[in-house]
Unconditional design. Sequence first.
Length: 105
Amino acid sequence: MKTMRWTAGLAAAAFAVTLMSGCSEIKTAVNQGGDTKCSDYLKQDADTQRITITKFIKQQTNTQNEPSGTNVDIGMASVQTLCQIQANGETPIRNADIAGIFIRK
């Protein structure tokens, strides 16, 4: 019985290590890109925001080519600013616009 618990514990620990090592791949796979809500985008850490904007740019350009770092940086700054002033946190980042600051829901 002890051996089974020890084996199960070891398997759980190995699974956790696997998840942590593949964290970036998981973030990329589940990331919604342009469909990410502003409220969710603002809660993301910088690395996840970079993944979100990279995926969003790929969606907009309809390509799998990696965008330049400068384009990602500009996209991050733009979306950050626009999402911070949005009246509606449910706005997807692809729709973030200045008009949102005047419309309160």
